[in-house]
Design a protein around this ligand. Structure first.
Ligand code: SAH
Length: 473
């Protein structure tokens, strides 16, 4: 049967795509259908046909998936934030773990490893410590803040977001009232006029400290004192700043931040390690799960007091400092100079003297240090961005022959590709554990532990130290 645009099709959804769309087949031809879930039997309308696949719009759910649930958020379907809120949380976790196992097998040819149960959240709501709200004006001239509708720049007017902290609603109300009282216009992307572009907030989960930063289309904020007076009343408020961004760009933050009131940063903890977070610095957004992720990386690495560890793609040194609590020496490598400055400051803040940081590309710094200085590593940890590790880096790691490699990944497809190379280079994947850092999205983080095969290591059986992890999955 030859399908064409606007045809009605009946589809059983079998999987989810990378952006959360349901995937199903009609006569062997693959369709991507937004808002449809695995297990749903639906009617859909063809909207676009490509050579090997097509897109269709969900028209009617004939038989809902047993995993379907009522989304908590009324704008879950139109907002671009949570792609799979309509899927029961346990089913989300199961799907994520299966996805990783599937890719490791199919792409990575990895087998015979221990898959520990995925670490899900007990309360998968209000988990984000950072939010960036776009500010705009609706058709009636009302100031709105909220989120971009999926893939567009139309703002969905909502103060309520179930993955953000509730205190943000109060902050937004203060800012919007101050804007209308003082006739301060939101920024208009089309004309490049107006002042307030985004509101950024960061909240320390352990400390309760709050930072508010207004991204503005100017160097100065008029009537700042009135805004400060109001925001200051919120318990925990520690830092109020502006970040000027006059560029006609999609980039949210400006290049600098200027403190208007209070400190330049807030302080927070992950485990026992303390961090200073300023408006522009990188910091993981789900602190509860970050702690579990790093704890797992640390347990997998299991460094002894004499071990030398290299932490590649180290960001602000979060994993490095976690590991430095146990290892003899940790070297961190990261491409962003600002992040390395934060890493050094965080090391000093915690009185850690056994961590050293380098700015540069991991695939250049490590090979250079190995060839020129014959450096040695007992353990190498990598936590690359979605595109995974550079082949040059993997080859260098294989030549260095560390006893263990711990791979922390935010994309199971590139993880699987890289694990194949490492296994061909003499390593064996022993343990894998997924962690749900972004409930209601399709993302999943994975930690893998690889051992070098030829070396004669004493294998210590893995004992999860925190039984709490095992409740999930
Ligand atoms: N481990 C850190 C950051 C992980 S995110 C944490 O958990 O917080 C990945 C990091 O890799 C980012 O900080 C990014 O700036 C950095 N990065 C990207 N490409 C890189 C490269 N080629 N070499 C080194 N670092 C890189």
């Amino acid at each position: 049967m030859e399908l064409k645009k606007n045809d009605e099709i009946r589809v059983l959804i079998e999987d989810l795509g990378v952006d959360g769309a349901g995937i199903g087949k009609v006569d062997g031809f693959t369709f991507f259908i937004k808002d449809a879930l695995p297990g749903d039997e639906i009617n859909a309308k063809v909207i676009k046909l490509k050579k090997n696949y097509g897109y269709a719009r969900l028209m009617e759910i004939i038989m809902p998936s047993p995993d379907r649930t009522e989304p908590k958020c009324p704008v879950a379907r139109s907002c671009g934030g949570c792609q799979i809120q309509a899927m029961d949380y346990r089913a989300q976790l199961k799907w994520k773990q299966e996805k990783v196992a599937q890719l490791l097998g199919r792409v990575g040819h990895v087998s015979d490893y221990e898959m520990l149960p995925i670490m899900g959240m007990e309360e998968p709501w209000h988990y984000r410590n950072k939010v960036q709200y776009p500010v705009g004006m609706n058709k009636d001239g009302k100031i709105v803040t909220g989120f971009y509708a999926g893939r567009t720049h139309a703002i969905i007017d909502t103060e309520k977001c179930y993955i953000q902290l509730e205190i943000n609603e109060q902050i937004l109300t203060i800012i919007k009232t101050w804007m209308s009282d003082n006739k301060i216009a939101p920024y208009d992307e089309n004309t490049g006029r107006g002042l307030v572009r985004h509101v950024l907030t960061r909240i320390g989960f352990q400390t309760g400290e709050i930072l508010v930063c207004l991204v503005i289309n100017a160097g100065k904020l008029p009537h700042a004192d009135k805004l400060i007076t109001k925001l200051q009343e919120i318990p925990g408020m520690k830092s109020i700043s502006i970040s000027p961004n006059m560029a006609r760009t999609n980039v949210i933050l400006g290049e600098t931040a200027k403190t208007l009131w209070g400190q330049d940063y807030i302080t927070d903890y992950i485990g026992d390690v303390k961090y200073q977070i300023s408006p522009l610095s990188f910091y993981q957004v789900n602190p509860v799960q970050t702690k579990r992720l790093y704890q797992t990386a640390l347990e997998f690495a299991d460094p002894g007091p004499d071990d030398v560890v290299w932490d590649l793609y180290c960001g602000i040194g979060t994993i490095s400092l976690f590991i430095a609590q146990k290892a003899s020496k940790v070297y961190g490598v990261e491409i962003v100079p600002q992040a390395i400055e934060d890493a050094k400051r965080n090391a000093a803040l915690n009185g850690m003297t056994n961590a050293q940081f380098y700015v540069g590309k991991a695939e250049e710094v490590l090979p250079r240090a190995y060839e020129k200085d014959h450096i040695h590593a007992d353990i190498i940890v990598v936590d690359p961005p979605r595109k995974g590790c550079d082949k040059t880096l993997l080859d260098c790691m294989i030549s260095m022959q560390p006893e263990k490699i711990v791979y922390v990944s935010c994309d199971p497809a590139t993880l699987a590709r890289d694990l194949k190379i490492l296994e061909e280079g003499g390593y064996k994947v022993k343990k894998v554990r997924c962690c749900d850092m972004f409930p209601h999205s399709v993302h999943v983080e994975t930690v893998c532990c690889l051992y070098h095969q030829k070396k004669d290591f004493i294998s210590v059986p893995y004992e999860p130290k925190n039984a709490e992890y095992l409740k999930q999955g």
